[in-house]
Design a protein around this ligand. Structure first.
Ligand code: NAD
Length: 480
C-alpha cells in the first residue's frame, strides 16, 4: 500500500504533529485516501488560542498596506492553483470538478475582495450636540475569533470567514469539518508563506465534540462564527450567549422554489434541476421544495421527471458527470431514510429513489424526485441535504407564497414567472434573506451580503462589506 501523507495542525507559525490522525477519504472512490489529517487535542487548541492572543496587539495595528498585500497574495495563489485545488476539493467532498474549480475561484476572489477592504475602512465624524465637541465613530477588531465550518463548501466558506476576520485585524483559530480538512490545510499552507506574523492564523483540525467545543468553550475567544446544522448551531449560540461572546450562525434551509403558470417551462425545469440536484443537493441554498401552480403543474412534472432522469451521476473527477456522490455514509443513510419516509407519507416517486452504481465504490445516489406531495409531509418541511426534491401542487400565487413562507427556515427563496407584478410582490414578501427571480435558489455572488432569516441564521450577515458588522466593534469617541 502506498504511503499516505500526514498533514499537521498549524499553530503559532509552526506545523505541529499530533498523537492522532484520521484518513480523509474520497466519497467517489472509497479506496482513495487523500491523506491522514492531524486531530488536535485540548492542549493544541489552547496553544492555538494563546498564540492568537499574543499575536493580536501587533496584528490589530499592523499597516493596512501590508495586511492588504498578504491577503492579496493568498487570493492570487488560490486563483493560480485553481485546477489543483479544485481537484483536491472534488476528491474530498464529491462535487464535480467544474463545480469545485468554480468554488476555488470564488475563494480566491474573496481574499482579493477583502484585501481591498483593508484599504476601505472608513469611520465617521459628526458634530456633537454640545458646542465645541466633535464625535468620531470608528471600527476596531474584536480580538481572537473562532471559526467553525461545514463540509459542503470546503474552501469557500472557510475563505469567507478567514478573509474578513484577518482584513479587519482579528486573529484566527479555525476548525474545518472533519470530513474535508484538505482545502483549509491548503489555505493554511498558503497563508504560512504570505507574510502574516506567527499566531495570526491557526489551524486546528478534528471533530466538533473535541476541537469545536474547546474553541467555543474558551473564555479567551472573543467571537465565534459558525456555519453548519441547526442543532449544533443552537448549542454554540447558548454557550456563547451565556458568557457574552459575540456569535454568528449560518444554518439550515428548506428553500422554496415557486413555479407559476406564466413561467417559461424550459427555464423553470432547468433552474429547478440546478437548485435541487447540482452539487448533489448538498447546498444550504438548494431547493428541495418545488411549489407549482395548477395550470402548469402536469406539464412541469412531466418535463422535470424527464430532465432529472437524464442527470448523469458518477465520480466527481470524471468528465461529463453532472452530479457526484453524497459526501459520506452517514449522509447517504439520512437521504435514504427520507426517501423511505416520502414513500410512507404517500408522495409519488417519479424518479430515482435508490443507490446508483459508479465505476468505483462510492456513495452514489440516484437523483430522486417526489411529486404530488403535500406541504405537511416531513419531506416538505425538513432539510434533507441530498439529491432529493419534491413537487407540491397549489391553486395560485397567493397559495404558493403562503406555502413558501410556511417554514421555520428563511435562507433563500425563488420564483419563476414572467409576471413583473408577481416577481415584485414576491421580492417584498418572501421571508428569506435572499430572493431569486428566474434564477436557481443556489448560486450567489461573493461581494454582497449572504445569510438568512428565522431558523436559518443568527447575527449579522456574512460576505461583502456587511461582513464588518460581525468582525468589528464600533467605538464612539468624543473630543472636547
Ligand atoms: P454540522 O453542524 O454537523 O457541523 C458543522 C461544523 O461544526 C463542523 O466543523 C463540526 O465538526 C462542528 N461541530 C459539530 N459539533 C460541534 C460542537 N458540539 N461544538 C462545536 N463544533 C461542532 O454541519 P455539517 O453536517 O458539517 O454541514 C451541513 C449543515 O450545514 C446543513 O444543515 C447546511 O444547511 C448547513 N450549511 C449552512 C450554510 C449557510 O450559510 N446557511 C452553508 C453551508 C452549510
Amino acid at each position: 500500500m502506498a504511503d499516505v501523507t500526514r498533514y499537521d495542525n498549524f499553530i503559532d507559525g509552526q506545523w505541529v504533529a499530533s498523537n492522532r490522525y484520521e484518513p480523509n477519504i474520497n466519497p467517489s472512490d472509497l479506496s482513495d485516501v487523500i491523506g491522514d489529517y492531524a486531530q488536535a487535542d485540548a492542549g493544541q487548541v489552547q496553544a492555538a488560542i494563546d498564540a492568537a492572543r499574543r499575536a493580536f496587539p501587533a496584528w490589530s495595528t499592523f499597516g493596512i498596506q501590508a495586511r492588504a498585500d498578504a491577503l492579496e497574495q493568498v487570493g492570487l495563489e488560490i486563483l493560480a492553483r485553481r485546477d489543483e485545488l479544485g481537484t483536491l476539493l472534488a476528491r474530498e467532498e464529491g462535487k464535480t470538478l467544474p463545480e469545485a474549480i468554480a468554488e476555488v475561484v470564488r475563494a480566491g476572489n474573496i481574499f482579493k475582495f477583502f484585501a481591498g477592504e483593508c484599504l476601505r475602512q472608513a469611520g465617521e465624524t459628526l458634530p456633537s450636540v454640545r458646542p465645541g465637541v466633535s464625535v468620531e465613530i470608528t471600527r476596531e477588531p474584536l480580538g481572537v475569533v473562532g471559526l467553525i465550518t461545514p463540509w459542503n463548501f470546503p474552501i469557500a466558506i472557510p475563505a469567507w470567514k478567514i478573509a474578513p476576520a484577518l482584513a479587519y485585524g482579528n486573529c484566527v483559530v479555525i476548525k474545518p469539518a472533519e470530513l474535508v480538512p484538505g482545502c483549509v490545510w491548503a489555505i493554511a499552507e498558503i497563508i504560512s508563506r504570505a507574510g502574516f506574523p506567527a499566531g495570526v492564523f491557526n489551524l486546528v483540525m478534528g471533530h466538533g465534540k473535541e476541537v469545536g467545543e474547546a474553541i467555543v468553550g474558551s473564555r479567551q475567544v472573543d467571537a465565534v462564527s459558525f456555519t453548519g446544522s441547526v442543532g449544533v448551531g443552537r448549542g454554540i449560540a447558548q454557550a456563547c450567549v451565556a458568557r457574552g461572546t459575540k456569535v454568528q450562525l449560518e444554518m439550515g434551509g428548506k428553500n422554496p422554489q415557486i413555479v407559476l403558470d406564466d413561467a417559461d417551462l424550459d427555464v423553470a425545469v432547468e433552474l429547478c434541476t440546478q437548485s435541487a440536484f447540482y452539487s448533489t443537493g448538498q447546498r444550504c441554498t438548494a431547493s428541495s421544495r418545488i411549489i407549482v401552480t395548477d395550470g402548469i403543474y402536469d406539464r412541469f412534472v412531466a418535463a422535470m421527471t424527464a430532465r432529472v432522469g437524464r442527470i448523469k451521476v458518477g465520480s466527481a473527477l470524471a468528465p461529463g458527470v453532472d452530479v457526484g456522490p453524497v459526501v459520506s455514509a452517514a449522509q447517504l443513510e439520512q437521504d435514504l431514510r427520507y426517501i423511505a419516509l416520502g414513500k410512507q407519507e404517500g408522495a409519488r416517486l417519479a424518479c430515482g429513489g435508490e443507490r446508483a452504481s459508479g465505476a468505483t465504490e462510492g456513495y452514489y445516489l440516484a437523483p430522486t424526485l417526489f411529486v404530488d406531495s403535500t406541504a405537511d409531509m416531513r419531506i416538505s418541511r425538513e432539510e434533507i441535504f441530498g439529491p432529493v426534491a419534491n413537487v407540491v401542487r397549489v391553486r395560485d400565487y397567493e397559495a404558493a407564497l403562503a406555502m413558501a413562507n410556511d417554514t421555520e427556515f428563511g435562507l433563500s427563496a425563488g420564483i419563476c414567472t414572467t409576471s413583473l407584478k408577481y416577481a415584485n410582490h414576491f421580492k417584498r414578501h418572501a421571508q428569506a434573506g435572499m430572493v431569486m427571480v428566474n434564477l436557481p435558489t443556489a448560486g450567489v455572488d461573493y461581494h454582497v451580503p449572504f445569510g438568512g432569516r428565522k431558523g436559518s441564521s443568527y447575527g449579522p450577515r456574512e460576505q461583502g462589506r456587511y461582513a464588518q458588522e460581525f468582525y468589528t466593534t464600533v467605538k464612539t469617541t468624543y473630543i472636547g
